[in-house]
Design a protein around this ligand. Structure first.
Ligand code: ZN
Length: 114
């Protein structure tokens, strides 16, 4: 670990776990929302049905992104365990501290960010 001490690593780990808990919470509440949409779908006309389908597609896309975020967070937590946290997955250089502060799940340096 070039420039992160144990305390800093513990702080990042805590933030990552909090982010994960938040995502799980949002997912649980959005499931209720999509259940309501499905009920509406059966009881209303064609136009509303299309709205409902569109809303469902958007919910699925949001779900997909949330899954990707979760995977990113899990990968970052694994890197902390393996002592590789804070290094770019593409070039191996230390990731900018400001970037990690902004997104502790960042796996690459600024130069290799998509
Ligand atoms: Zn890099």
């Amino acid at each position: 670990m070039a420039d992160l001490n144990d305390q800093e690593l513990a702080d990042f780990a805590a933030r990552l776990r909090a982010m994960k808990a938040e995502l799980a919470e949002v997912k649980a509440s959005s499931k209720d929302a999509s259940a309501v949409v499905q009920l509406d779908q059966q009881s209303v006309g064609r136009l509303s049905r299309m709205d409902a389908l569109q809303a469902q597609a958007m919910a699925q896309e949001t779900d997909r992104r949330r899954m990707l975020d979760l995977r990113k967070i899990d990968a970052a937590l694994a890197r902390i365990d393996e002592g590789e946290f804070g290094y770019c997955a593409a070039c191996g250089d230390a990731i900018e501290r400001g970037r990690l502060d902004l997104d502790p799940a960042a796996a690459t340096c600024v130069a290799h960010a998509k």
